[in-house]
Design a protein around this ligand. Structure first.
Ligand code: 9WN
Length: 472
């Protein structure tokens, strides 16, 4: 047979299809997560997208991160959305007229020329910048990419480690479920229960025009998201006064991984990077001290406000730790007898993500692997990609967003973690699952963890980008 008529190998087909998704979602200066559902630039999406894009065009990958960091606020925060001014206001909710960044965010140093949200997302950026540099160090040096990125990334980490240390233990807290990136995770149910929802008629959801309602957060969730964001905005985006503050394992693990990447960047720029490596080690110790549960074999979120005390010393209304069961999970609750707040006894994939860290002690890494391959996440048995939430949890729903479906970014992070800790065969199996499911679902936003059925949007940016990364 003439070789020219042979079908191309599967990997080539996947490469071409993933490249097409990234091309279709490219706006000229950045990449949207999804043309229909998310038509602006999202912070952690852009970091994951840059990690894949570097294999297609290191220049575009650099530009992706540069565009995002051009919207950084004076206080160091990187906003979770950078709005595209040519997209109609009603295409996505909450829109720029809700966040009012250039007026409400003035004291915090919001940019004047570009409209953004006022909350943040997980700090994957320094990690992405380092990986993007490595894809083409010559181009990166010629463009002064890292020289320009480094001070901005350093300011970003400073913001998180100082302004966001709401628990007083040296780690960063999120002040809104959208910040952690797993919007309707059951982890937020107890801390959100204290928030009075904004009336449904006070806002109009745009997401339901693109996604099935049973695959999305509920209207009640949205009411609470809106209330929290409104109060944050009306307080001028100042940190510390809000009624929602949670330390999350994935958010902090990504901060530590990015701190290690910043050390590499510092070294590339001629410094030693040792202070950053020492900080990453200290942060890893704090993560274990504040969130590791040895009996459960995984990390849990810490609800910093479960005792009702805000960092400004004011008791917030109606705050009780009743909503937080403390059964087998350590619930310190009372101030002064351990870290402030209480662990939230819900098993989220977030609690496995610290596996990513090379600074993790080997016994903890081994325990995490056992948990991932045990009944709650079912890897290697009933699932091929880790579900976002406990298969045996009361709130588990295989289709509802972050309450059960498997996502590709967490799949990629666990694949990296397994490889980092010498679990080669398991990493290979997760890699194969990412590639096959991305291909079979036309780069779905998320999938049913048991059947692999596509949920949410297709042609999703980070699904294409991270599959591309694992092909290399
Ligand atoms: C709110 C863009 C983002 C992701 C999040 C995901 C979803 C937004 C939404 O989409 O959140 O930020 O409107 O639901 O939960 O992780 O970054 O892809």
């Amino acid at each position: 047979r003439d070789i020219a008529y042979d079908p191309p190998p599967v990997a080539d087909a996947l490469h071409v299809r993933a490249a097409r998704v990234l091309e279709a979602n490219w706006t000229g200066a950045s990449t949207v997560p999804s043309r229909g559902l998310y038509p602006h630039q999202w912070s952690w999406d852009s970091a994951f997208i840059a990690i894949g894009l570097r294999h297609l065009s290191p220049l575009r990958a650099q530009t992706e991160l540069e565009t995002l960091l051009d919207a950084q606020w004076g206080d160091g925060r990187i906003p979770h959305i950078v709005f595209n001014p040519s997209v109609p206001l009603d295409a996505y909710f909450p829109s720029p007229d809700f966040w009012r960044s250039s007026t409400a965010g003035r004291a915090a140093g919001a940019p004047r020329t570009v409209q953004t949200s006022g909350i943040v997302q997980p700090p994957v950026h320094a990690l992405a910048a380092w990986l993007v540099h490595r894809a083409d160090p010559g181009l990166s040096r010629a463009r002064g990419f890292l020289t320009r990125m480094y001070p901005r990334l350093a300011a970003w980490h400073r913001y998180l480690l100082h302004r966001r240390d709401l628990g007083g233990g040296g780690l960063a807290s999120v002040v809104h479920p959208w910040e952690q990136g797993m919007d309707n995770s059951p982890c937020w149910d107890a801390p959100l229960a204290r928030i009075t929802p904004a009336p449904a008629r006070s806002f109009r959801r745009a997401d339901l025009a693109h996604g099935a309602p049973e695959d999305r957060p509920t209207d009640l969730d949205y009411g609470r998201y809106v209330r929290l964001a409104t109060e944050y905005r009306d307080g001028g985006y100042a940190d510390g006064a809000g009624d929602f503050a949670v330390e999350d394992p994935a958010f902090n693990a990504l901060l530590i991984a990015s701190e290690l990447a910043l050390a590499r960047i510092a070294q590339e720029l001629g410094a030693t990077g040792t202070a950053r490596i020492a900080r990453a080690e200290r942060l890893t110790a704090a993560l274990i001290e504040r969130m590791w549960d040895p009996a459960e074999g995984m990390f849990f979120c810490r609800d910093v406000r479960s005792d009702g005390v805000r960092s400004d010393g004011v008791r917030s209304d109606g705050v009780r730790s009743d909503g937080v069961r403390s059964n087998s999970v350590r619930g310190d609750g009372v101030r002064g007898d351990g870290p402030a707040g209480a662990l939230i006894p819900e098993r989220s994939v977030s609690g496995l993500i610290p596996l990513l860290l090379p600074t993790l002690p080997p016994d903890i890494a081994a325990t995490l692997v056992r948990t991932a391959y045990g009944p709650h996440f079912g890897l290697g048995d009933t699932t091929r990609l880790a579900p976002s939430y406990d298969l045996l949890g009361e709130a588990f729903d295989p289709h509802r967003y972050w309450r059960g479906p498997a996502w590709f970014n967490t799949g990629w992070l666990l694949e990296r973690g397994l490889r980092t800790h010498g679990e080669r065969e398991r990493a290979d199996a997760v890699r194969a699952a990412v590639l096959e499911l991305a291909c079979a679902t036309d780069f779905a936003e998320y999938v049913d963890p048991y059947t692999g059925e596509a949920c949410g949007a297709t042609g999703f940016g980070w699904t294409a980008a991270l599959a591309l990364d694992l092909l290399h």
